[in-house]
Design a protein around this ligand. Sequence first.
Ligand code: HSE
Length: 445
Amino acid sequence: MAVETRRSIGVGLIGFGTIGTGVVKVLAQNAAVIEQRLGFPLRLVAIADLDTETDRGVDLTGIRFDADAERLIADPAVDIVIELVGGYEVAKRFILAAVAAGKPVVTANKALLALHGKEIFAAAEGAGVDVAFEAAVGGGIPILRSLREGLSANHIDSVMGILNGTTNYVLTQMEETEEDFEVVLKRAQELGYAEADPTFDVDGIDAAHKLALLTAMAFGAELTYEGIPTEGIRNLTPIDFELAREFGYRIKLLGIAKCHREDGGERIEARVHPTMVPAGSMLANVDAAMNAIEVRGDAVGPTLYYGAGAGEMPTASAVVADLIEISREIQRGSAGAVAPLSYLPHHLVPKPLVGLDELAGRFYLRFTAADEPGVLARIAGALGDQGVGIESVVQKGGQDSKAAVPIIVLTHRADEAALVRALAQVDELKDVKAPTVVVRIEEEA
Ligand code: HSE
């Protein structure tokens, strides 16, 4: 194959927010090392953003900066387009326009790819260009490249991890300070960890977007986001952290995906929820806004990837790594050769999801009940009726018989379907004053 000698690659950036600013910084600060690795420079040609007024504190000499994304995409000096606008419609329009113009795209937009990736990747394949998105999962951690390249010899058995920095910060702080969720969330917002609208983070949606991408790449499953059972961290209170510690666990919001290889084919278990993990495990000790992902392959065994899952410079590191990889392909004349989701598109096939009601495990349950004689027996009775065995029981508080008190139960291994039936029974008891909080226990984390 003829190797084209490049003088430089021109880059256009759409979306000049925090990550975009980081990209400008990395390209400027690390220009020499990038050229030493690539053989030619990456040149930022143009930036487009609706906000052309705010001073981002970076030197834009020689870079055109205006609000015209269409012009940027059409600019012959732009070889690769970076989309950092975020959101759905506008970002998708820019990506598809770039692809239609035969230009590869780098994006960090996990929400868009999780929901519309199928259409975007099909368009990219049709046009023979790359769409790269390392920054979409795990920020600066090269987890997608690891799945696509370093682990490509393996059947992947499971992918499990802390995929959202904001919630990990909130959980770590709740555990340390014994403050309520709302108090800690407010502080996370003041510190700039959490968005003004924290819904995607605290309800697990951001982690589910990332898990959808990981699941497709790990198991060759057609991209599906909608069916992933997703629970956030809003219901947790300081007592849950205290009890978790007493029982030998810590609470993390995990994205968990496992491949079930069955006679009839493969099915995928994928779920996002608060999880108790053994206090000594690696994932338990990932604190503050850090991310960590454990991948198990049949040949390699367990592997762990840890680093900053968000933030200006770590995320920009991943964006620029994608620019470098695509630039190499442009130079080699092999654009579009790397399957974005690791499997060749025709090998990404629908794989049904395993329902939560098919799973079994141990559970932490927090009941909120009136402190009346016999209430514990009634709760235990409902659990026992459905075959859910009790390993430990703890009741907190209880001086005032009128007040509701937390009753905490740790179960033996039980079917989740049986637990759901038991909790429906419990929630009908007149002594039970609020829905039961359930935290699944993952011993293998
Ligand atoms: N809101 C995300 C997080 C940013 O907190 O991890 C990176 O995707």
